[in-house]
Design a protein around this ligand. Structure first.
Ligand SMILES: C[S@@+](CC[C@H](N)C(=O)[O-])C[C@H]1O[C@@H](n2cnc3c(N)ncnc32)[C@H](O)[C@@H]1O
Length: 218
């Protein structure tokens, strides 16, 4: 398989040393479940997960709405001599190619959408999975709501979706049942709710998260 071309430990260290943040550990735990094939990282930010898979020899596509992040990700790929396609695209308008991907990653990005939009994105993700393709979604749980900054400017606009007028964005908080319901046709690989130490903020802070992994069976 592709990831045997270079070991995950080497790829993990390279990304951590370069970006100062690590790829999501859950992806490494479940690597043996991921079939050979292209990887898509939705809202990849600086690309800690996208670069990790590119380093291991996977074909990687990634998108983000931020021009700055896309440029940074492309620059990191260039300096590491990695091949990766990074584009400035809004997930709203992105048509995921049908049945193309062995792995689709949506790590800490689905919270920026309204519940109704998340349901549509989940359908596109499902359609984009190849046979035995895997989805990884890392989302914020309802418990994170208690810890949102400036919560007085939050207004609930859909169930568990809030509009944050101060930052002019939506924030959605998930339950485990809801995450499961987004991917009714996938075989459940992992569903874990818990806390993690925020990896980059200067002042240590915990985040309440849900990790989901599901696999297409056909
Ligand atoms: C919290 S960061 C997570 C970045 C990365 N997935 C990670 O785990 O390190 C959220 C990312 O989602 C991107 N994003 C937010 N709204 C988006 C949209 N509508 N379309 C594409 N990317 C979006 C942001 O620019 C940002 O890079």
């Amino acid at each position: 398989m592709a990831y045997q071309v270079i070991g995950w430990m080497e790829a993990y260290r390279a990304v951590r040393d370069k970006l100062g943040v690590s790829p999501d550990w859950r992806l490494i735990e479940y690597l043996p479940q991921v079939p050979n094939g292209p990887v898509l990282d939705l809202g990849m930010g600086k690309g800690r997960n996208a670069l990790f898979f590119a380093k291991m020899g996977y074909e990687v596509d990634c998108i983000d709405i931020s021009t700055t992040y896309v440029k940074q990700c492309q620059e990191h790929a260039r300096t590491e001599n990695l091949t990766l396609t990074a584009q400035v695209v809004d997930i709203h308008s992105y048509e995921i190619p049908n049945r193309r991907y062995a792995l689709i990653i949506a790590s800490k990005v689905l919270q920026f959408f309204r519940k109704s939009e998340i349901e549509e994105i989940a359908k596109k993700i499902y359609a984009g999975l190849a046979r035995r393709g895997v989805v990884y979604a890392r989302v914020f749980s309802l418990d994170e709501f208690e810890h949102v900054r400036d919560s007085s400017s939050l207004e609930e606009v859909e169930p568990n979706t809030y509009y944050h007028s101060k930052y002019r964005l939506y924030q959605h908080f998930f339950t485990k049942d809801e995450v499961l319901s987004l991917f009714p046709r996938l075989k459940l690989l992992c569903l874990v709710e818990g806390v993690e130490l925020h990896p980059i903020q200067k002042k240590p802070r915990y985040q309440w998260i849900i990790d989901y992994m599901g696999q297409r069976t056909r």
